[in-house]
Design a protein around this ligand. Structure first.
Ligand SMILES: Nc1ncnc2c1ncn2[C@@H]1O[C@H](COP(=O)(O)OP(=O)(O)O)[C@@H](O)[C@H]1O
Ligand SMILES: [Mg+2]
Length: 317
């Protein structure tokens, strides 16, 4: 089945402003109101889930409504937590005279590009592993396209990277015992930490790659750049064997929108909609109309969710 209805984990991507958060929130609402226990997680540093639900979301799970919980991952806090874990892992393993130097190096590494991403990724991995049996649906409202692709391809990149580290550790293991227990030879605990991380990534990779569990969807609007970007993103994900089956085409001018100005826009939009149909012939397309106003309250979100449900029904019938 190609649509989102029967996926447990759903990643929602797309350009900034196209309606990722609104679509994620509406999907979450649609699932939760049919009695499915749903968790929605914002991984976009430009969080706006809290605004949509009119509640302050936190770095930890918070109940938003019946059957609905939410998390906004705070990248700064996550990065700090990640570094603290790394330091913690080394506690008791490194000679006391070395602690300061090792911490200095970890702090330096944490300022390097990619460190925040690694921390964010680590949290996503943990959430998937810890919560997949507690919820019927887990929805990730992700950051704009390029960033998401990088993140989703990370299990692959990370395992290659960890393999490299493990190999290097095996090589230096002889010198290594000098650092530990004041020179007494010991089992390499860092090797074990790395091995554990590798197992964790591997488990998540399998979940993400399993098309019957995980679904990817991009939100786009009928305009030139979002179409091009979505096409590129789908191709990139395909390379990692992550296949996008569903797209949400948002902000489509409704038939009842009147006036000369809008009919001109609609004519242009028709071209883009045709282009979308042609370019994304392999994907299921869910069309959502442009509302008269922003989706800023529960009532409008419910209507948005109805549209999603309706178009899901249409593709199923
Ligand atoms: N179908 C729609 N009709 C009208 N406004 C919409 C629609 N979808 C989204 N919006 C509005 O567009 C803005 C951007 O949506 P948002 O979901 O925050 O985008 P993203 O998370 O992709 O940056 C918000 O103000 C939202 O209320
Ligand atoms: Mg958003």
């Amino acid at each position: 089945m190609s649509t989102l209805k029967n996926k447990k984990i759903i990643f929602v991507g797309g350009k900034g402003g196209v309606g990722k958060s609104t679509s994620s929130a509406a999907l979450a609402l649609a699932f939760s109101r049919t009695g499915q226990k749903t968790l929605i997680i914002s991984t976009d540093p430009a969080h706006n889930l809290g605004d949509i639900f009119h509640q302050k979301l936190k770095n930890e799970k918070k109940q938003l409504a019946k059957n609905l919980w939410g998390i906004e991952i705070d990248p700064v806090q996550e990065s700090k937590r990640y570094i603290d874990t790394v330091k913690d892992n080394l506690k008791g393993l490194v000679k006391s005279t070395m602690v300061q130097e090792v911490h200095r190096q970890i702090d330096m590494a944490s300022a390097a590009p990619g460190a925040d991403e690694a921390a964010l990724f680590d949290r996503i991995v943990s959430i998937i592993l810890e919560e997949k049996d507690n919820f019927d649906k887990i929805i990730f409202d992700t950051a704009p396209t390029g960033h998401t692709i990088r993140l989703l391809s990370l299990p692959e990149i990370m395992s290659v990277w960890i393999d490299g580290l493990i190999e290097r550790r095996q090589k230096i293991n002889t010198n290594y015992s000098q650092l530990l227990n004041d020179g007494e030879p010991v089992e390499d605990p860092i090797y074990e930490v790395l091995q554990k991380r590798k197992d964790k990534f591997k488990a998540v990779r399998e979940i993400i790659l399993d098309g019957s569990v995980t679904g990817f969807t991009f939100v786009l609007i009928p305009e030139r750049l979002p179409i091009l970007e979505t096409e590129k993103a789908i191709k990139q994900l395909d390379q990692y064997h992550l296949h996008t089956r569903t797209l949400i085409v948002n902000k489509v001018l409704p038939d009842y929108a009147d006036g000369a100005f809008l009919s001109k826009r609609r004519a242009q939009e028709q071209d883009y909609l045709q282009q979308i149909d042609k370019t994304f012939s392999k994907q299921t397309l869910l069309r959502i109309p442009l509302f008269e106003e922003d989706i800023f309250d529960q009532e409008k979100l419910e209507i948005f969710a109805n549209h999603i449900e309706q178009s899901l029904k249409e593709v199923h019938s």
